[in-house]
Design a binder for this molecule. Structure first.
Ligand SMILES: [Zn+2]
Length: 383
């Protein structure tokens, strides 16, 4: 099978040759009319995925087959690398979640290749209502390196990102240990002061987790943790662009402040892709998914319960609302997260050397995925 498309970043027409759904060759396409061709672009990379279409890494146990299904649902959405996200829970439940992910990676090579690492979001976050978001208050605690080491052992070294709040005493030392062991530290669900944030960044914290969410509803107009993180040159921003977590004006401003250091995450939960309705959730109590796709705690409609939109939908929101041109929106959800993971090293996109890519077309609803190629193999084709 041959597919001809246009390299989304360079505009060059390219011919791809597949045998048994495996990429075997790539050449410059000559004499083709480019108007009708699909685009070829690097695969999407999602640093924060709690679950998808009925399965959630925090609703336990979760089987290898279910994790494979999450992975396949993400391929359909153009995501070729993702970070299963394990949130605040009891020690025993966190261990169980980590072990389920490790065993799914052992069962399937394709799942293993698609999981870039595990994101541990909590439990070393703020206990305060608002900043804590939908995380369980019962299990929030101060950073504990011994405990973290045990979790990392259960995860067989796969925890690559941890979100914490540097408001806890001893945070700086904990952050230094994480960074020394190759674990990226993100600041999130926090009430940290300016000094605590500065200290965390000096210790090696490098990312803000879903900046602008997991916050108080009102705060001091000048001295607050959002300004402080925006002003920090050492921090990348991760933002949720699902249309509910941040208003368009805030998205625009956050992106303008750090155009080179902003990346999109989905924060998708197991409710993503389900029908609107009321569901019971592992975070306790009921959550509601509105027909528009907003996911919130039923008793507290002002508290969001994670997202119910894929990363692709976030990209499309930015494009359709004219917040960013398509290529920049796509970049922010593909090459930018990779660049963050590789400590700021720019990643050139070339099909032959980067075997994770997607083919898509632009329609009235934004980008529509036609094929997803993971490690040189076609793993999704639109029927
Ligand atoms: Zn969160």
């Amino acid at each position: 099978m041959n597919i001809t498309g246009i390299n989304f970043l360079t505009g060059d027409p390219v011919k791809l040759e597949f045998s048994e759904r495996e990429l075997i060759g790539e050449s410059h396409a000559l004499g083709v009319s480019v108007e009708s061709l699909p685009y070829i672009a690097p695969g999407l990379v999602d640093l924060q995925v709690n679950g998808f279409k009925g399965f959630d890494f925090n609703t336990l146990p979760i089987s290898g087959v279910e994790i494979k299904q999450i992975t396949e649902s993400l391929w359909e959405q153009g995501v070729t690398t993702y970070f299963p996200t394990v949130i605040t829970n009891s020690d025993q439940k966190i261990r169980q979640a980590l072990k389920c992910i490790v065993s799914a990676c052992r069962e399937s090579d394709q799942v293993n290749l698609s999981i870039g690492g595990i994101h541990l979001e909590g439990p070393f976050i703020s206990a305060e209502d608002g900043p804590r978001g939908a995380h369980s208050k019962e299990y929030v605690r101060s950073p504990d390196w011994n405990l973290f080491e045990q979790w990392q052992e259960a995860a067989e070294g796969k925890i690559k990102i941890i979100t914490l709040s540097p408001e806890w005493p001893g945070s700086a030392r904990f952050i230094e240990q994480c960074v020394r062991h190759d674990v990226k530290v993100a600041i999130g669900h926090t009430t940290a002061t300016a000094d605590q944030i500065k200290e965390a960044v000096s210790a090696g914290a490098s990312l803000s987790t879903h900046l602008g969410n997991g916050c108080h509803h009102s705060m001091h107009r000048h001295n607050n943790y959002i300004w402080e993180q925006l002003a920090s040159d050492g921090l990348w921003s991760s933002i949720i662009a699902d249309g509910f977590h941040l208003p368009d004006s805030v998205l625009k401003v956050f992106i303008k402040v750090k155009p080179e250091k902003t990346l999109l995450v989905s924060d998708a939960t197991g409710f993503t892709g389900l029908a609107p309705g009321v569901y019971s959730s592992h975070i306790g109590g009921e959550v509601e998914l509105s027909p528009e796709g907003k996911l919130f705690i039923r008793d507290k409609p002002e508290t969001l319960a994670g997202s119910a939109q894929s990363l692709l939908q976030g990209v499309n929101q930015l494009i359709l609302k004219n917040i960013l041109p398509a290529s920049e929106a796509w970049n922010m959800a593909s090459l930018k997260p990779m660049e963050y993971l590789q400590a700021g090293r720019r990643i050139p996109f070339s099909i032959g050397s980067g075997p994770d890519f997607v083919l898509f077309k632009m329609g009235a609803q934004g980008i529509e995925i036609l094929h997803t190629i993971k490690s040189g193999k076609i793993v999704f084709s639109k029927k």
